[in-house]
Design a protein around this ligand. Structure first.
Ligand SMILES: Nc1ncnc2c1ncn2[C@@H]1O[C@H](COP(=O)(O)OP(=O)(O)OP(=O)(O)O)[C@@H](O)[C@H]1O
Length: 258
């Protein structure tokens, strides 16, 4: 089956530094792929290229067989490539509900004048609450976003991403900076999304236990290049990955140094 997303010779150079270097990656539809690699390997840059935040110096990106390399991130989201919002994208002076409602609105292409139609407005809010329930944040729907804890803000980002209802979810370290108590909720949510098998999920993650638990496939990046691509088991046994990255310690649950 043709992959939903693929890259061909994808590369980007910052000054003299090739942050992503000739990556040929394929992402099968409705599968869970993790992208791992040490700090500075090029993972976030790779995501930025996939989502259209930046344009490659060389190479192509294909989505459902179409060349999307030249398209803006806005257009790519519309087509179905959703990138998790960053905390910086959340409107701090709007309520939690309003933030998600804006994402629902973007998805449904409803503009402000439509707000005069009360029924439509309520439908948008109901959908927003639906997504907030998915991340267990509905109890906080009337809070201003700026009063949320770091972990709650990350849940809000995920709710906003889900509300866009894209085929692909690009999740960049969704549990980073969360407290120990908050991590399991997000893990459960991601596991449920995987089990629903409705979306193609691509995850950047340092926590190896999470990667091994969730992934159908793992891509290893190192110095901008794709070092390996395989099932979690294959990656663990890959000698190149062992020596270059895992350092022979298969039981280290957190690789990288951040
Ligand atoms: N806009 C930019 N300008 C210059 N260099 C950049 C830029 N963005 C990234 N880089 C460099 O590209 C390399 C890859 O960075 P990137 O953030 O993609 O790595 P990463 O694998 O996501 O790392 P981490 O795990 O620490 O988040 C790094 O050397 C980084 O300094």
């Amino acid at each position: 089956m043709e992959p939903i997303l693929s890259t061909k010779d994808l590369s980007i150079q910052f000054g003299g530094h090739l942050a992503v270097n000739g990556v040929n990656a394929t992402f099968p539809e409705r599968r869970f792929t993790s992208v791992i690699g040490p700090n500075g390997a090029g993972k976030t840059t790779f995501f930025n290229l996939l989502s259209g935040q930046i344009k490659p110096t060389r190479g192509k990106i294909f989505f459902k067989g179409m060349d999307v390399t030249g398209l803006s991130s806005y257009k790519r989201t519309r087509m179905g490539i959703g990138r998790s919002f960053q905390i910086t994208d959340v409107f701090p002076e709007l309520t939690v509900l309003e933030n998600v409602r804006l994402a629902v609105q973007a998805r449904e292409k409803v503009y402000y004048r439509m707000f005069f139609y009360g029924r439509k407005y309520r439908q948008l809010e109901e959908k927003a609450v639906y997504w907030l329930k998915k991340v267990f944040l509905d109890q906080k729907q009337d809070f201003l976003a700026r009063y949320l804890t770091h972990g709650e803000k990350r849940k809000l980002e995920i709710a906003m991403l889900l509300a866009l209802e894209t085929d692909i979810l690009l999740l960049d370290e969704p549990t980073a900076g969360m407290s120990m108590e908050e991590v399991p909720v997000i893990l459960d949510l991601i596991r449920r999304l995987k089990e629903e098998q409705e979306r193609t999920i691509i995850l950047i993650e340092h926590k190896m236990d999470m990667v091994l638990d969730l992934s159908d496939r793992v891509i290893v990046l190192m110095n901008g290049k794709m070092l390996a691509d395989g099932t979690p088991e294959e990656i663990l046994q890959n000698e190149l990955v062992q020596s270059a990255y895992l350092g022979g310690n298969r039981h280290d649950s957190r690789i990288g140094t951040d």
